[in-house]
Structures are given as structure tokens and as C-alpha cells.
Design a binder for this molecule. Sequence first.
Ligand code: ATP
Ligand code: MG
Length: 383
Amino acid sequence: MVQIFEMGETESKEAAGNTKVDKREEEDPTKVLHVRAVTWDGETVKLTVEPMNYLGKGAFGTVKKILLVDESSGTEGVAALKNPLGPERLNSMEKAILLEIRHKNVCNLLYFFVDKLNRSHLILEYVEGGDLFQFMRTHFVHNVGLGEYLELFAYQLWRAIAYCHANAIIHRDLKPENLLVNPELGTLKLTDFGCSVLLRDEDAGKEMMFYVGTLVFRAPELILGSTRYSAKCDIWSAAIVMSEMVLGKPIFYDATAPKAHMKKIADHIGFPTELDFGDMGVEPIKRPSHLKTHSIQKRLAHVHLPPPSDKPMLEKLLEETIIYSPAKRPTAWEVLVHPFFRWLREPGLVLPNGKPYPDLFDFSEFEMASMPDAVRANFNIAF
Ligand code: ATP
Ligand code: MG
């Protein structure tokens, strides 16, 4: 196990597993660190870490922009440092998952180092541009939609999910704040695997926590307390993210309690049938007395989506993904070949700044092998 050379002192009660965060840990967030770290592929290197500014501050950790010097190779660059503030067990899964994956639509792990309390500090790729929440806020505040960034970013989100699911990873916290975007390059990267699970075949049927992720984006099977759900919960969440990319706010929002949120969902897509409850693996709940008759289509009625966006196809996509039965929701691969994303295949597309679109179809051998045949055929990939 590698040791960090310098870190602030922390109370021993934390080492003993107390979940309270010691404020003194954050006393000097500007301190330059010299650490021995491990690269994604297991090499040990010496790094100088110079904190720049905060990118995010949560209950269990902070994320800072850093200047990084790899003393072993002399290379210098900007990166993001995710420091845990709680005990070790809270972030060990995030590191374990990041060590499994590497993809252009994931915010990849560059290095990690371990402190005296055995907690892992993660050094990630830095994404210039901020997160999708911030990006959407600037657009919707001026009453304009996302334009071509709707398809461009949504497609890359689904590609990241397809890749994670092919690696048996369920993200469980898909939301705009966890999607990092660079509008200048037109790229999106999925981040924050702090709530994720790795679900190998041998874990099938394993009980999982249902109280996870933000309520607005949480799939109904989790809201209703299922403990044996599948990766399809991410499909629901990603569809809700897409609804926010279109409407400027998620399609179901503003309910703070699970029961009220379920009612909002039922107002739009109807109350679950007995079959739906069975598919979600939960006991039926009492039907609320007054359900509204909204629909996804009605909610999108006022939205103007100029070409090349295909509004009827968007409605269809959302209606196919925002459904109770997890098994009947499409897979991320199936969403990627949905006609809504068809125009992204046009050759020679350019971003508003004149730069070419990022390559959206440069599938790795791993991705190609994990695509169902019909998806591969749709992409015209000979295999
Ligand atoms: P957790 O949910 O595990 O407690 P968190 O939500 O505090 O973590 P992240 O979601 O990883 O942590 O990061 C918080 C915020 O920091 C993001 O919403 C984003 O705005 C910013 N951020 C995180 N990583 C990066 C990065 N690599 N590049 C740029 N900005 C980042
Ligand atoms: Mg987050």
C-alpha cells in the first residue's frame, strides 16, 4: 500500500470508523502535496499536487482543480482531485470501479494515492467546461434550448452507460451534476461513481440498497423499495436527465417525499398495473384517489425543437424509456440506435465554433463485442 508523504492530521476516532468528518482536515486546502501515487495501470510514481480552486464540495468529499507534476516523468498538467472526507469504506467502491474502466465518455482515473487512514484520493481527468447542470442553467436562463447539444450530449451519456453496463457497473446516481461537459469540444464524460455498484454474474440476486441517488432521478422500483433491481434503473434516470435537457427541468420534480414523487410519476404515465409491480419486484401500493391525466407528450407540447431534432422521435424515446417495468425498458445500446439519434451519423457535422464533432462511433473491440447483433448491424459494423 502506498503512503502519502504529507497530509493534515486527523482524529483517531475517524480511523476507528466514526463517520463524522473532521473539519480540521480541510484547514489548509491550498497545501502543496508530495505524494507517491499509483497510475491507472498500476505503476508507482511521485507527484506534486498543487491545489487551484474548488470544483465541488459535498458531504463526503471535495473536488479541486489541481496542477499536477509527475516528478518521475517531468510531465505537468491540470487534473481534478477528489478527496474523501469520511472513513475509507465510503470511497473504496468508487476507486475499485474506476480501476476497472477506461472510456472516452467516462471521467477516467489518472492516479490515486492512499492516506494514513487508508482512504483513497482520486486524481481524475479535468474537464474544462463544468457539469451539465451548469451548462443547462446558462441556456435555459436565456430561454433557449440546448440545440444540437441535446442529441450530442445525450448520445454520449447513453454510450457511457452502455459501456458501464457491459462492465457490470450500475452507476445509480445519474444526474446532470455528474455529467461533465466541454461544449468547445462537444464532449461529455460521466463521473461520480460514489454510489455505483459492480454487479458480476455471481452477485445476481444480491440484495442492494434502494435508498440511493437523488429522488428526482431515482427509478420507481427503487423508490418503492426493491432491493433486487437491475442496471435498468440507470435507463430510467438517464431518460429523466434527457427530459431535463429538453424542458429545462426534470419531467417529474418538486416532490420532496418518495410517496409524493410516485404520485407525480403516476400523474404522467398512469398508475402501475399488477404486472408492473411484479416486474419491479415490489408489493403493490394504494392507488391515490385523484390522478391527473398528464402525459409525456402533453408536457413536451410547448417545446420547440428546430431541425435536425426530431420531436416525435424524442417523445417516442421518452415514452419507451420512462416506463415502470424495468425489463421492458430498452438497453443503453438499443437507445443508441434509436432514430432520434440518427442525424448524428451525418458526415461532416461541425459544432457552433466550427470544430468538427467528436467521433461518436469509434467503438472499441470491447464495445463491439458487447453490442447485441441487431445494434451492430444498425451501426453497419461488420464483425
Ligand atoms: P459524492 O456524490 O461521491 O459525494 P460529489 O457529488 O461531491 O461526490 P463529484 O460529483 O465527483 O463529487 O464532483 C462534484 C462536482 O465537481 C461535479 O458536479 C462537477 O461540477 C465538479 N467536478 C467533478 N469532477 C470534475 C472534473 N474531473 N473536472 C471538472 N469538474 C469536476
Ligand atoms: Mg456528484
